[in-house]
Design a protein. Structure first.
Length: 87
């Protein structure tokens, strides 16, 4: 079953996607230094525009959950205890 976006929610779609990825990171489904799904995979999984997927990844990067390696992909960042409590 594919996840769905609640377009009636006060939270923008890109933040809903980011929140789901954060849950996967915190649950250990996505491991540190391992790739997260590509923007293309996110667009297919969530049925959203590429820009929405791109904004979700940018939001995750701003929050410190991921880092991007040019020409390689985006990976789960190692977060310290202080960062986990803030995020």
């Amino acid at each position: 079953m594919s996840p769905t976006i609640d377009y009636d929610a006060p939270t923008p779609p890109y933040q809903q996607i980011a929140a789901e990825i954060i849950r996967d990171i915190e649950a250990g489904v996505l491991a540190v230094n391992r790739p997260i799904p590509s923007e293309s995979a996110l667009t297919q999984r969530w049925g959203v525009a590429r820009d929405t997927a791109r904004r979700a990844v940018r939001h995750l990067r701003e929050l410190g959950y991921v880092y991007t390696v040019p020409q390689r992909g985006t990976y789960v960042a190692e977060r310290g205890e202080d960062e986990r409590q803030e995020g």
